[in-house]
Write a protein that binds this ligand. Sequence first.
Ligand code: FAD
Length: 401
Amino acid sequence: ERRIVIVGAGMAGVQTAVALREQGFTGPVTLIGAEPHQPYDRPPLSKAVLLGKAEDSAFDIDFEALDIELQLGRDVTGVRSAAHELDTPTGPVPYDVLVIATGAEPVELPGSEGVRGVHLLRTLDDAARLRPVLGEQHTVVVVGAGWIGAEFATAARAAGCEVTVVEAADRPLAGVLPAEVAAPMARWYGESGAELLTGAPVARIEPGRVVLADGRAIEAGAVVVGIGARPATAWLAGSGIALGPDGSVTADEALRTSLPDVYAVGDCASFPSARYGTRLLVHHWDNAVQGPRTAAANIIGAGSGGAPQPLTYDPVPYFWSEQFDRFVQYAGHHGGADTLLWRGEPDGPAWSVLWLRDGALVAVLAVGRPRDLAQGRKLIEAGARLDPVRAADPSVPLKST
Ligand code: FAD
């Protein structure tokens, strides 16, 4: 039987192991993870776990019962593909099939690496270090008004911290949403009692304060940096496994890498989307759940003797965020050239935005309108066309023409 080794014990790695078993694979499965903790879910780290409402977010999975061998606290440092072996500080690990699921690492603010009082928010350990910061109600400066920055600011305000968010771009989520959609979201910061400074790149971090490029200094008992994440793929250097300019493992439509017997899933892997006509690198939870099911099926199929047609992974990406007492959801993928349609009032408590391409729905952003998201997601999957006038009426359910 082929020995399947999965590197990275986050959602994508765990899901791959579980999917292999669910789909009937009975050979050896080993899951290797660098973190010492029992595998856990990340979204609660910026929500319940941060606020101390949950102690941890370990997956409720009985690995032993599933006969999945867990090797935790073990860092994989390299792949020697000709030998079908992984390198680790405690010796080599042989594999027949390798699944790369090493996720992403937060980008650090240059010059702030390892500085006391400067935090990232990616791991359970990060969250544990940040909990007392909230508990002691420090004055906090958050660098970056992205998804993590907004969620951290929300939690810090809920804990009674004084919060300033500094963002280099002219608006929150500048890389993902157009200005007209980001505008109402920017107002949520102030409503919550946080201060948002846009067009405010950081020059340097000094003990107890953050200095902006324009010379302003902001007092900071703690600094939280949330300026993005990069695929954790440095360990693949020299392996022959192709990486893209963004550092992602460039998987194909079946989630295979450039080397035979090697697959990649989750935050570390990009894949070509025929649906959207572009390569996608998705850093969201749903992708780390869905991709592994396809990868597992293809691993099993490739070992079954014949030449089965591999399954294609071409999802409608989905994610959610909980920020400033709002439930924000997004499905699909849009570009600057797509037509934007408002559904509801941007200043109201609930609204959605739709993006149409040649009359067909390609993406939806829903704030407090989960039904729009659910209906929109199905319409996107079906490639449905919408009547723009009817779709803009928030009192009418979303339907195809
Ligand atoms: P990871 O979860 O990053 O897991 C990869 C694992 O591999 C890590 O444990 C890492 O230590 C390990 N590893 C890395 N390199 C090696 C190596 N060389 N050897 C061994 N092990 C290695 N998404 C949403 O859709 N909604 C949300 O609300 C949301 N909230 C989030 C909040 C936070 C604080 C964070 C950090 C992320 C959030 N996400 C959210 C994103 C979501 O959690 C990720 O998309 C998901 O965790 C990706 O899973 P993954 O398994 O690909 O990667």
